[in-house]
Design a protein around this ligand. Structure first.
Ligand SMILES: CC(C)(COP(=O)(O)OP(=O)(O)OC[C@H]1O[C@@H](n2cnc3c(N)ncnc32)[C@H](O)[C@@H]1OP(=O)(O)O)[C@@H](O)C(=O)NCCC(=O)NCCS
Length: 386
């Protein structure tokens, strides 16, 4: 008999050993400083042999339509070998939905090693995190810039975060790095941290590491404007000679457009999946491109979600006066499976694509209206993995 309960501090060693078995790591748990108590919540599964399953739920906020939506980031899902194949992960995932709903985490994201268990419980692919290769000789023709640069100091941290947020909030899927588990000091504790001071705070920054004296690994290159992007790219160009290329995290769309020689995208790509946990609250929490449309319209949907029954049933999505709301009722013109909800909410897939994948049925005209709400399809992107 397996029971699922909240993780407590007494579970730390058993949970660590289970994670180590599943994902690797040193035999002894290191004495790292304790994480912020609100950074994540855990769930564990016990049978008569002890702890057999674990997962954690990180507390994040993820941008959709310019608003930071509370998101539960599921990670470290692991089950003891003897207990696998008996629904333990499924019980943990099902329980996580109630826990997230109660915590106001209206959506949930995760990076899967194995896909079927998460699909089975309603998560679906919506976006990626990506590392690109930047050929440094390709930066030689970067236009000269009038923007001055200087090394960052600790006091720049808030301005750096603000600068990050100005870009991140324009990209669906990015997290806002405000969570209690997010230690922002890493932003300025890299080998290279350069900022471009602007009239209000800073207008751009670059942080990078030299992991072994041979490579250059850039994390964020963020700029409010092209002139600042050029200044930061010229600084990267200065590494040509000692190095031929740098790895850089893709953050937004500007880099693709600003790098003269282009980026080699897709050096490393990880897919992430999304699930809607609490439909009406999730609808209220995100921003909607459709609010730019002056005419009100409604879309009637019917959701079948066996693992989150509170959002099963008919909903009318009402777009009116600059707001979108999910109200109970309506005709159920479109029928969505749980897995359809994530890609729809993120705007990563059109209703037509969801229909082809067997995740949505019903009135095609209502499908077109559903796409208008989110502006689907468009890329969805996250900088961090967890
Ligand atoms: C992946 C893991 C957590 C699954 O745990 P589990 O308790 O065996 O999973 P469940 O029995 O609840 O299975 C849930 C569903 O996923 C399917 N599933 C489970 N593991 C699977 C796998 N490795 N590949 C494909 N499908 C899998 C099951 O068949 C089941 O679907 P069904 O109900 O339609 O038959 C477990 O095998 C494990 O700890 N693996 C090592 C760590 C790991 O890979 N974790 C995933 C991190 S993203």
């Amino acid at each position: 008999m397996v029971t699922v309960r909240p993780y407590t501090r007494e579970d730390a060693d058993a949970a660590y050993q289970l994670r180590r078995l599943a994902f690797g790591g040193p035999a002894q748990r290191s004495a790292t400083p304790p994480e912020h108590p609100d950074a994540w919540r855990g769930l564990v599964a016990d049978d008569d042999t002890g702890l057999v399953g674990f997962l954690r739920i990180w507390a994040y906020h993820q941008f959709f339509g310019g608003k930071a939506v509370p998101m539960g980031g599921i990670a470290s899902v692991a089950v003891q070998p003897h207990a696998r194949g008996n629904g333990v992960a499924g019980s943990l995932l099902t329980e996580s939905l109630s826990v997230m709903r109660e915590a106001g985490q209206v959506i949930s994201a995760l990076y899967p090693y194995v896909i079927p268990p998460y699909r089975r419980y309603g998560w679906e692919h919506v976006g990626t995190t990506e590392l690109a290769l930047l050929t440094l000789s390709g930066l030689a023709s970067t236009p000269r810039s009038s923007v001055a640069l200087r090394p960052a100091v600790q006091e720049d941290l808030d301005d750096i975060h603000e600068c990050y947020l100005r870009t991140a909030s324009t990209v669906d899927g990015m997290i806002d790095r405000s969570a209690p588990g997010f230690d922002l000091t890493w932003l300025v504790e890299r080998d290279v941290v350069t900022v471009a001071p602007g009239p209000h705070g800073i207008r751009g920054y670059l942080n990078a590491d030299r992991p072994d004296g041979k490579r250059l690994r850039a994390y964020d290159l963020v700029a409010d404007d092209l002139d600042t992007a050029h200044a930061l790219l010229r600084q990267l160009a200065g590494w040509a000679g000692t190095l031929t290329d740098a790895r850089i995290r893709v953050l937004g769309h500007t880099l693709d457009l600003a790098v003269p020689g282009g980026l080699r995208r897709g050096l490393e790509v990880h897919d992430f999946m999304l699930r809607v946990v609490d439909l009406p609250a999730a609808v209220a929490a995100r921003g909607w491109p459709a609010v730019a449309e002056s005419k009100p319209f409604t879309v009637d949907i019917e959701v079948a979600d066996p693992h989150a029954p509170w959002q099963s049933g008919r909903w009318r999505l009402v777009h009116e006066d600059g707001v979108v709301a999910a109200e109970p009722g309506g005709s159920g013109a479109l029928q969505l499976t749980t897995r359809a909800l994530g890609p729809w909410y993120a705007g990563s897939a059109t209703a037509a694509a969801l229909r082809t994948a067997g995740l949505l049925t019903g009135d095609p005209a209502a499908g077109v209206a559903l796409d208008r709400l989110t502006g689907a399809p468009h890329p969805v992107h996250m900088a961090e993995t967890f």
